[in-house]
Design a binder for this molecule. Sequence first.
Ligand SMILES: [Zn+2]
Ligand SMILES: [Zn+2]
Length: 392
Amino acid sequence: MDLILELEAFLPSLIKLRRDLHENPELSGTEVNTAKRILAFFAQFDPDEVISKIGGHGLAFLFKGQAPGPTVIIRCELDALPVAERNDFEYRSMNSNISHACGHDGHMTIVAGLGHMLAIERPKCGQVVLLYQPAEETGEGAEKVVKDPRFRSFDADYVFALHNLPGYPMGSIVVKAGTFNCASRGMVIRLTGLTSHAAWPEHGRSPAIPMCQIIEGLTNLPSVPELNGVLTQVTVVHSRLGEPSFGTSPGHAEVMATLRTETDESMTLLVAKASKLVQDKALSAGLEFEVSWSDEFVASFNHNEACRIIEQAARSAGLDVLPMTKPLRSSEDFGRLTSKIPGAMFGLGAGEKPPQLHIPYYDFPEKIIPIGTKVFLEIIHRLSSDTIETNE
Ligand SMILES: [Zn+2]
Ligand SMILES: [Zn+2]
């Protein structure tokens, strides 16, 4: 049986699934109907085991081989984004202000294609787990999945995932050992002083100037000598001062910033520097201050051996393998999985000029669906046959 012809024949069903998912996106942590759709689609594949509600609304489908062997997890994401879609094709998002602007609809479909292939032919040995992870965009899903005892019971040997990459040739495979996605952290700063009559600002303690100093200081932090040379970035994303009232000098302010670094170590340093800056500016102006953190992503780390397996798999599928010199600045909670299990994420080129990820016009290119499935299938064949190549 020619598996690739099988995959081609199944493509119309996959494209229908992709468009259904695209039309019905759900935000992180609320992926109830997306999970229902996936569960219903997988019924035709008769998996050996189905685990639901893993890490929230997550799902895992197990396909077991005849003989003992490695457990390989292939992971994709269930969630969409709070982005109002501006496309006008028929299957555009029906949920206002929510869309699949990161292409997770495409990733889920690629893994569904893999379900079809495993239904036809189980792995020779070991088992394959197809993991539909919830809440990737908020960085919460992978962490919750990892803490679930049912996930730990897989005792996985490898974990793989892909992300579509606009800006790279359509269908090319992008591999990078080490950091693939940067670590990031959301910083929330609250400054409290004292309001006063706007005619007598000297009677109060306005956070206006310290707030501006903090915005400027945070923006310039990546150029401090200790952080020079590593990829470091601070983006101030929001600020608010007092109330829109001409009669009152402000008594409170809020600043939010996103911190990014190439490694978890440089994140620790950046966090310490940012916290110290806030403390210095607030205290010297006699203000109370509070710093809290959210949306915390560790750097997503790719293991060397897993990268080598991806590269071999892509080449035997006849695909171009491109190197990536710098990690992606964006974050990805897949790092929570590769911090526990050897593995790697690879990029799947989405074309050189499509809209970038998270943009209201983004739409996953369907042409690359079978390509993603083929690479995963090659990876599984390499790991779940008894003739694993150990060197090349
Ligand atoms: Zn995203
Ligand atoms: Zn994404």
